[in-house]
Design a binder for this molecule. Sequence first.
Ligand code: BJ8
Length: 387
Amino acid sequence: MTELKKAAEPPEIFESFSGARRLGFLTMKALKDQGRGVAGTFCSYVPVELFMAAGVVYVGLCSGSEETIPDAETVLPRNICPLIKASYGYALTGKCPYMYFSDLVVGETTCDGKIKMYEHLGEIKDVYVMELPKTRRDDKGASFWLSEIHLLKQKIEEKFAVKITDENLRLAIRARNQERALLKELYELSVLDPPPVTGLQQLQILYGSQFKFDHEEKIKELRAAVDGIKAEYERGSRPVPPGAKRIVLTGCPIGGATEKVVRVIEEAGGVVVVYENCTGAKQYDRQVCEEGDPYKALCDYYLNIGCSVMSPNPARLELLGRLCDQFSACAVIEMTLQSCHTYQIETRTVRRFLKERGTPFLSLETDYSAGDVQQLKTRTGAFIEML
Ligand code: BJ8
């Protein structure tokens, strides 16, 4: 078993991203003090370019910690996904500064748990919910989603007393595309064999970058991170030993407590080369078209995100297959959160698709506690040993 070395080099590349969520609290407070409006979101389907075009700061509110789940369970049932409970718990207890600072929370009708949670969240925060079509089978869904994007634009304009011009929206699309391209360049470094970063290091940057609120600064830091990693690799740095089993990680978003899954994989002799989920390629693989009507471009881009809340969901399989080839994957591991019905029901489709390709597959269900780490180790260890 080729367990990954504790690869800290070069530490400065990762430092600013690893603490970004915590450090961002102060930046957010300073931005509020300057009078900037803040919008919180929960999902990759929300077109953040609208906030950028309005000069509104936006931040992801999905929690990755179990800290407030007991508080949330005084209101919500226990048997819903930990992401929903933890996020609501932070609003209820006022313990998340990002939630606290959000003037507007934009939800979406993705899974049932979130849809119903937003009703309760609406008693604490100003919540606006976008209605997402559940299928891409026909044009009806696209025209409906286009109208939802226009409605969100109106809501932002009213709430923050701003005007979103087409020109500003085009600039925002370009800026966000630039960020997507850099994050894609970052994770595509792991096409190299052995990869120049561990899966945990890659995750630190992917996850941390969302808590950097100065766009120009973020672009500079991401550029420096990509160049720094390349330079270290050229100098001979090898944080991942040759022979580590190359894993594509799919499923629910990863961050915070669920990093345990990545740790378990990498301690068992695997290396996560790419994240297919919303923490990674699902968000950054494609670009929003910079030509034509910007609203139509946003509609096309966002509606084609391959999340399990869509039925059917061929976009996930297409991306997964492509990533397996591009990253010379030895296997795919899926992480689903407890009670996430859409991902857990889709597991069968993913398993069948990978079986037809001849790609080994393991599905792990977990929550935000540390209680199942031993069990995860046993299952993952046996799986990687067999590859
Ligand atoms: S586009 S993955 S961010 S919905 S894990 S709360 S689905 S029960 S997070 Fe997601 Fe948007 Fe899809 Fe991405 Fe519900 Fe499942 Fe919980 Fe989930």
